[in-house]
Design a protein around this ligand. Structure first.
Ligand code: FAD
Ligand code: NAD
Length: 465
């Protein structure tokens, strides 16, 4: 049994944990990070990066397929494309591998010690790790819990056989002919769309009244329209009851029909993710919980002294960039800096077709908060750059306080709008007013001009509509 002591121990090397360790290393803290699986966590290995790689490959394939079908208004024609999913997955794995090596190199540069194995708390200062070479005890002055989240299963549809999680969907050797997706949220629609573009016949089963229920209906309408164009069937107000006896169909109950049978060679369950709060000795600690999550304060402190928690294990929004921002902040706090969570908003991007991006309050959320607002909306149909990209669907919407024009939120749906997350978030973080956005020269021709025009429109003086 080996023992080491350090200033900071980080449990879990997802985007929360590894960013925390890198920053701690930069600050000269003697840091150890323990990872049971692979550096980069869900985000890098089975989440953000591999899903976006698959989505991109599917988009490229679909684009060329439409050209081959003579449907390109650009005048391009070609013969029917083919896709070798094994090569696509190998390309995706190559990107993941390169990024993982990058994380390892950054940790090394910060002199962070990496311990590979599952950590188990013995007490609030000590963790035991089962490594390949035996038990490793790590004692630390401060500990960060960054154990992340895992796919949630449905009792009636446990993972196994044809029932797969997003991790398995990202590593298939063959495109399923008939894919049923249970859960029409982020993952279900991002991956469901990708598989539809790759040629699968896709049905989405969503429990609530509409897909992507976390967004307002105006934002999701173009996504629903495109799903229909791609031939994706969506069943809303629908409950998955289980697999058929032969395992070749999903049995579903909708409001209208009690027994719907959806033939499927794969059933992808994407009904949310659950925090990883078991299996690492939480019972040895006295951590207050917030529902299923670890309760934290505005410094990511838990109810135990010098024990912090960050990322998905601490609650919504379960997004990589939130985990990273928390990780960076906690490293600085442990190094003695005065920091607290002072972010005004966390942008969210959904990589459907078209993409959705939101930051801050929607008009509905502002109304619920009792705020009087001005709203300006500008359609991509009136944006030159969007037209040149065949991306006229969608809009940018800006929400500002009625009394002083301070921007409260920005939402957009449209072609590649995830890239607008940065200016939208910047506007909120810097406390911009409508006049600031309207008065900033936006390069022409870019889709960002729609942001400026939305602000101008809220001020009653849009130029291009
Ligand atoms: P995780 O990434 O879950 O990492 C936790 C790590 O802790 C894991 O590596 C795990 O092995 C390790 N661990 C757990 N227990 C122990 C233990 N006892 N000992 C040692 N190690 C342990 N978010 C976005 O912002 N944008 C996206 O586009 C996006 N796309 C996604 C697509 C998919 C398919 C999925 C599944 C998720 C996506 N997410 C996306 C969410 C994002 O992946 C998570 O929010 C993010 O990974 C959370 O980071 P984390 O550091 O909290 O935890
Ligand atoms: P989600 O919460 O986005 O969507 C789950 C969906 O499943 C919801 O629409 C819900 O109503 C539905 N649902 C729940 N139970 C159901 C049932 N029994 N039958 C049918 N439908 C049911 O969850 P997700 O798509 O699994 O993603 C998990 C998390 O990962 C997200 O919340 C997000 O934080 C993160 N993520 C982010 C991105 C991104 O930022 N682009 C992409 C993927 C995942």
């Amino acid at each position: 049994m080996k023992e080491i002591s350090c200033k900071l121990l980080v449990v879990g090397a997802g985007p929360g944990g590894y960013v925390c360790a890198i920053r701690a290393g930069q600050l000269g803290l003697d840091t150890v990070i323990v990872e049971a699986n692979r550096l980069g966590g869900a985000c890098l290995n089975v989440g953000c990066i591999p899903s976006k790689a698959l989505i991109h490959a599917a988009e490229e394939f679909d684009r060329t397929r439409r050209m081959a079908a003579g449907k390109s208004p650009l005048g391009i024609s070609l013969s029917a494309p083919e896709i070798d999913l094994v090569k696509t997955v190998a390309w995706k794995d190559g990107i993941v591998g390169r990024l993982r090596s990058g994380v390892a190199a950054l940790l090394k540069k910060g002199r962070v010690k990496i311990v590979v194995g599952a950590a188990k708390f013995r007490d609030g200062k000590t963790v035991a790790v089962e490594t390949e070479t035996g038990l490793q005890i790590v004692r630390a002055e401060a500990i960060v819990i960054a154990t992340g989240s895992a796919p949630a299963a449905l009792p009636a549809l446990p993972f196994g056989g044809p029932v797969i999680s997003s991790s398995q969907a990202l590593a298939l050797a063959k495109i399923p002919q008939k894919l049923v997706v249970v859960g029409g949220g982020y993952i279900g629609l991002e991956l469901g769309t990708a598989f539809a573009k790759l040629g699968a016949s896709v049905t989405v089963v969503e429990a609530l009244a509409r897909i992507l229920p976390q967004y307002d209906a105006e934002l999701t309408r173009p996504v629903a329209k495109r799903l229909a164009e791609l031939g994706v069937r969506t069943l809303t107000n629908a409950k998955a009851k289980g697999l058929s006896a032969k395992g070749d169909a999903l049995l579903v109950e909708t409001r209208e029909e009690k027994d719907v049978r959806l033939a499927a060679d794969k059933v992808l369950v994407t009904v949310g993710r659950k925090p990883v709060t078991e299996g690492w000795g939480r019972e040895e600690l006295a951590l207050d919980m917030d529902g299923p999550f670890i309760r934290i304060d505005d410094r990511c402190r838990t109810s135990m002294r010098d024990v912090y928690a960050i990322g998905d294990v601490t609650g919504e929004p379960m997004l990589a960039h939130r985990a990273m921002a928390q990780g960076e902040m906690v490293a600085e706090i442990v190094a003695g800096h005065k920091r607290s969570w002072d972010k005004r908003a966390i942008a969210a991007a959904c990589f459907t077709d078209p993409e959705i991006v939101t930051v801050g309050l929607s008009p509905e959320e502002a109304a619920r908060a009792g705020l009087a607002v001005k709203v300006g909306q500008f359609p991509f149909a009136a944006n030159g750059r969007a037209m040149t990209k065949l991306g006229e669907e969608g809009f940018v919407r800006i929400v500002a306080r009625a009394d002083n024009n301070v921007v409260l939120g920005v939402q957009a749906v449209g072609c590649e709008v995830s890239e607008l997350a940065a200016p939208f978030a910047l506007a909120l973080e810097m406390g911009a007013r409508l006049e600031d956005v309207a008065g900033t020269i936006h390069a022409h021709p870019t889709q960002g001009e729609a942001f400026q025009e939305a602000a101008l429109r809220a001020l009653g003086r849009a130029l291009h509509i």
